[in-house]
Design a protein around this ligand. Structure first.
Ligand SMILES: Nc1ncnc2c1ncn2[C@@H]1O[C@H](COP(=O)(O)OP(=O)(O)OP(=O)(O)O)[C@@H](O)[C@H]1O
Ligand SMILES: O=C(O)C[C@@H](O)[C@H](O)C(=O)CO
Length: 325
């Protein structure tokens, strides 16, 4: 599938959370002993909006942030990165933006401590989703976490319905984060609902297991089931072991992870989705798109942040050229 850059006023509109990341400045130490954190914009769909904007796509964002210093920091930072924030709303009920403290114990032992009680992003309402805005985009990028609770859940389902009614492609980034979901049955129900309507579904093997409500699922079974519905491309990531893309016409592609000096592992998926979309918008085939995605992810895992570390096209291409897989 090729996406047409410049075909519509916007190439991509992302919907979901835009939050604050506070990343440990002192590495290789548990959170209890970490004294300094650096602030960045975070949240998977915000990172993807920033990542794709960095790569030259025309990107907008729909979401709700706190009406305070953090919310203003998020909106100003994203606008500064070229993201259209005209449909980003500030919560009027005093709800806060989510905070994600990251612990970097070792390159392979990273975790995120979430402060997300009653967060503003999960209070986006269907009335705050504008059909005219979505109609102007080639792609609507949906983050699965935004389906965790009402009214954000209904806001996202409304956005998907507007996209389907207006010939806007839906890309579903499963983005499973256990916090805020009430039960695994709910996860499976809402993920399945959106995945069946999406044109492209991207997730890790574990995330597809959540969607299917089982453990140890098999990629072939996953794609056989989802290709009965709308999806044309399904991307299944297996961490450092690489990733696979499957097309509805029966083709299968694999990309290995690129070698890099890993600092922390989070942010990989957002860089991956950003570069995958960039490549499809720039007339690359799926196999090449997987390489761009994997190279972008390798760059971000070697750096301190997710949003601020999103690579440029030349950084991605340099890594691909230096490490032919
Ligand atoms: N240690 C690593 N070194 C190089 N590349 C990596 C590493 N870990 C992940 N990647 C790349 O990033 C891609 C996505 O990683 P992963 O499967 O962990 O996604 P994710 O869980 O969505 O990421 P995130 O932690 O951001 O949520 C992988 O397919 C791989 O190409
Ligand atoms: O909100 C989150 O899920 C954490 C993010 O803020 C963080 O940037 C990350 O883990 C990226 O995937």
């Amino acid at each position: 599938m090729r996406l047409k850059k410049g075909n519509k006023k916007m190439d991509i509109i992302a919907i979901g959370r835009a939050c604050i990341d506070l990343n440990a400045v002192e590495y290789n130490r548990p959170m209890e002993e970490t004294m300094t954190f650096q602030k960045y914009v975070g949240g998977s769909p915000a990172n993807i909006a920033i990542g794709t904007s960095n790569l030259g796509l025309n990107v907008g964002f729909i979401g709700k942030v706190s009406d305070d210093q953090h919310g203003r920091f998020i909106a100003t930072y994203m606008a500064g990165k070229g993201v259209d924030t005209s449909k980003m709303v500030a919560d009027q009920e005093g709800r806060k933006s989510g905070l994600a403290f990251t612990e970097i114990k070792s390159p392979s032992e990273c975790s995120i401590l979430m402060y997300r009680d009653n967060v503003a992003d999960l209070y986006l309402t269907p009335q705050e989703v504008d059909e005219k805005y979505i109609r102007e985009a080639e792609v609507l990028l949906v983050s699965g976490t935004a389906l965790a609770q009402s009214p954000s859940r209904e806001a996202v389902l409304t956005a998907v319905a507007y996209a389907k009614a207006n010939d806007v492609k839906v890309i579903f980034e499963i983005d499973y984060r256990p916090y805020t979901w009430k039960s695994e049955e709910e996860v499976s129900t809402y993920y399945t609902l959106v995945a069946q309507k999406a044109d492209i579904v991207i997730g890790t093997r574990d995330e597809f297991d959540m969607l299917e409500g089982k453990e140890g699922g098999d990629n072939q079974d996953t794609v056989k089931e989802l290709f009965k519905y709308e999806p044309e491309i399904i991307v299944i990531k297996h961490g450092v072991e690489g990733s696979f893309a499957y097309s509805k016409e029966g083709k299968e592609y694999k990309a290995n992870a690129y070698k890099t000096e890993v600092l922390k592992t989070f942010g990989a998926g957002d860089a991956y989705a950003s570069a995958f979309l960039y490549a499809l918008f720039n007339e690359k085939d799926v196999e090449t798109a997987l390489k761009y995605a994997s190279a972008a992810a390798a760059i971000v895992v070697s750096k301190h942040s997710s949003s601020e570390a999103m690579p440029t096209v030349s950084e991605i291409e340099e890594l691909i050229n230096n490490q032919s897989q």
